[in-house]
Design a protein around this ligand. Structure first.
Ligand SMILES: [Zn+2]
Length: 156
């Protein structure tokens, strides 16, 4: 077994789509990013790379590379999973938390779980997505930022 942890943060700005866990949210503000800015999938990609000891998302998909402009993070996730498999590992389970003030993730959490599970090649019951507000405190509480963290367990 190998464990990995990942964390990500994006500034929220007007005129950008907000995509979390591969699901487009109904929000007037979205993540300011080179790719689609999917904070949850970026944290998960870092956790996967961490567990196999292969650095971080910036090493594999640099934001200075024009080929990742507007990149679909689900595509980056699937490429990361392929890398995990090439290293002789498979994903056992994932736990993740998204921190944002609004909108509420609510029922969309189930859709996120299903999409992430499909990309990881495991059942949705092995992917947990939690949502928390920052109780109005700091950049997340003020609606200026979104954060996520993820933990994965891999098995040989
Ligand atoms: Zn990111």
């Amino acid at each position: 077994m190998r464990v990995g942890i990942g964390r990500d943060c994006h500034r929220l700005v007007e005129g950008r789509r907000l995509v979390i866990g591969g699901v487009a949210m109904d929000s007037p503000r979205g993540a300011d990013a080179h790719s689609d800015g999917d904070v949850l999938l970026h944290a998960l990609i870092d956790a996967l790379l961490g567990a196999v000891g292969l650095g971080d998302i910036g090493d594999h998909f640099p934001d200075t590379d024009p080929q990742y402009e507007g990149a679909d993070s689900r595509d980056l996730l699937r490429r990361t999973v392929a890398l995990v498999r090439r290293n002789g590992m498979s994903v056992h389970n994932v736990d993740a938390t998204v921190m944002l003030e609004r909108p509420k993730l609510g029922p969309l959490k189930q859709q996120m779980r299903e999409q992430i599970a499909a990309d990881l090649g495991i059942s949705p019951g092995r992917v947990n997505v939690k949502a928390k507000t920052a109780e109005g405190l700091g950049a997340v509480g003020g609606g200026e930022a979104i954060e996520a963290e993820a933990v994965v367990l891999l098995e040989e």
